[in-house]
Ligand binder design. Structure first.
Ligand code: GLU
Length: 507
């Protein structure tokens, strides 16, 4: 059947969106865009006990930051709304009634204490075909009593009446056909009178049906729910239009041993959330955005955790990902969360960024270090950034590699002094000052042959002289090409720094 591709990302607002959830959203988005389909954002907030304030906004902000745009949702609107499950009570009530009316579900009054007692009495108790007839429900109680209990305000749940001994087939695009026997399933609660809301299972499939979802793309942790969902579609008579399941592989710990958790991030020092999360009165969790990642790098990194384009291309923009995405190249096995690779992607994206753009991002970092940013031209900043960006993983790293462009060294690396600064050095540096002062053109290209010529004429040791020069100007023996540095600093500042080093460095 050829139906319009309609996918949904259906998070529950129970806390900050985990990076694994972000990857699920991304794959839904890539698949929708690739196929000219619709991307729905549905908020699954039927579990009022687990509702966390701010979580919905966090989901919206995260997706917006990453460039995952939504076609239909709470904010966006659409023809299939409302898109928040707590606003769809009237709809669910009708469908619960439908199942009750056609005998596919029943009402159960067992209190938590009664269930607890039953569990203590019967080993491995499960509410199912083998036990339901010994419980307090509409299958065992006379109709008048059921009506009276409800009229008297007793709380109840509606349970799905699962036929035992039926082979249920789940057809998953990545895993093929998986068959399980219905006898292992329990009579799942579909609705709770206490809050007049359905549980996840009922709301999820009613909405997928009503919203004409064509593909349910979600994390592997939902695979165990799939047989129940297949039976529910069947109970409603919707099997012919049931969506195609795609259960994505888990994100694994960096060492591949088990599921990625927040604790792995804390232990190894990487974020597991897209944005910083500030729980009410709780500890702040770090986010990719605040840690200095570019959204494009995060998207690219996540896209390759469980999918590849069929060759070894790694750097891909969102448009390229969309055009290449397909489930044929999705893996079934878990993807190790290689956060070093995430850093590498960020490094690569920073290299691709034009220097002028990177310079704009560098300005707040400079200001935070007390630099009067307005004292420098955009051109100067872009050149500085261009010289050092090859060494950075994050924008904030620019400071470590470029601070000497803005502040003269006030100390000199002791190891470098020991290696490169000898008794003779002050005399040679004084000569160097003369050579530099004698130049008209202080550009890198012009200064380099003059200085190197002088070193050769005098028979000095090239490495020692150039390193002493660098130590005086930079404060240590590393950094970009020396004459590129001096060109940007200018003659006056370069000479001043050498004079100062001659005075300061005592051997
Ligand atoms: N509300 C579920 C979640 O929080 C959705 C699972 C699904 O996509 O069916 O992930």
């Amino acid at each position: 059947m050829n139906r319009k591709v309609r996918v949904r990302f259906a998070p529950s607002p129970t806390g900050p969106l985990h990076i694994g959830g972000v990857r699920t959203a991304l794959y839904n988005y890539l698949f929708a865009r690739k196929n000219g389909g619709d991307m729905i954002l549905r908020i699954e907030d039927t579990d009022s006990n687990r509702f966390v304030p701010g979580a919905e906004e966090y989901i919206n902000d995260s997706l917006a930051w990453l460039g995952i745009t939504i076609d239909e949702g709470v904010k966006e609107g659409g023809n299939y709304g409302p898109y928040k499950q707590s606003q769809r009570r009237d709809i669910y009530r009708q469908y619960v009634k439908m199942l009750l009316d056609n005998g596919k579900a029943y009402i159960a009054f067992d209190t938590p204490a009664e269930l607890e007692a039953k569990r203590a009495e019967v080993p491995n108790f499960q509410y199912d075909a083998s036990t339901r007839m010994s419980m307090r429900n509409s299958l065992t109680l006379p109709k008048e009593e059921v009506d009276k209990l409800i009229a008297d305000g007793h709380q109840y749940v509606v349970r799905f009446k699962i036929e035992p001994g039926v082979d249920v087939e789940v057809d998953d695009l990545l895993r093929g056909k998986v068959t399980i026997n219905s006898s292992v399933l329990d009579d799942k609660v579909l609705y709770k009178s206490a809050d007049d809301l359905p549980t996840y299972h009922l709301a999820n499939i009613v909405d997928d049906h009503l919203m004409e979802v064509s593909h349910v793309i979600r994390g592997e942790e939902w695979l165990p729910s799939a047989p129940l969902h297949v039976l529910l579609y069947d109970a409603f008579g919707w099997s012919d239009t049931a969506p195609q399941f795609v259960h994505l592989p888990l994100l694994l710990k960096p060492d591949g041993k088990g599921k990625l958790s927040k604790r792995d991030g804390d232990r190894l020092g990487f974020p597991v959330f897209p944005l910083e999360w500030h729980p009410e009165g709780g500890e702040i969790s770090s986010g990719y955005r605040e840690s200095g990642y570019l959204p494009e790098a995060v998207v690219n990194f996540l896209a390759l955790l469980g999918w590849n384009p069929g060759d070894d291309t790694e750097i891909m923009s969102m448009d390229e990902l969309i055009s290449k995405f397909d489930f044929a190249h999705c893996s079934r096995s878990g993807a190790k969360f290689d956060y070093e690779k995430g850093r590498w992607f960020n490094h690569e994206y920073l290299q691709k960024m034009p220097d002028a753009e990177l310079a704009v991002l560098f300005k707040p970092v400079l200001a935070a270090h007390g630099v009067d940013v307005d004292g420098y031209s955009d051109e100067f900043l872009a050149k500085v950034v261009g010289l050092v960006k090859g060494r950075i993983y994050f924008v904030k790293d620019l400071w470590d590699h470029a601070k000497f462009f803005f502040v003269a060294p006030d100390e000199y690396n002791p190891k470098d002094i020991k290696k490169r600064w000898s008794e003779d050095t002050p005399r040679i540096m004084t000569e160097l000052i003369e050579v530099l002062n004698g130049m008209d053109d202080f550009s890198s290209a012009a200064a380099e042959p003059v200085v190197l010529g002088w070193i050769a004429d005098k028979g000095y040791h090239l490495g020692n002289v150039m390193n002493a020069f660098r130590l005086a100007v930079v404060g240590e023996c590393k950094g970009p090409h020396m004459f590129d540095i001096t060109e940007l600093l200018g003659k006056e500042e370069t000479v001043k720094r050498i004079q100062r080093a001659i005075k300061e460095i005592a051997i």
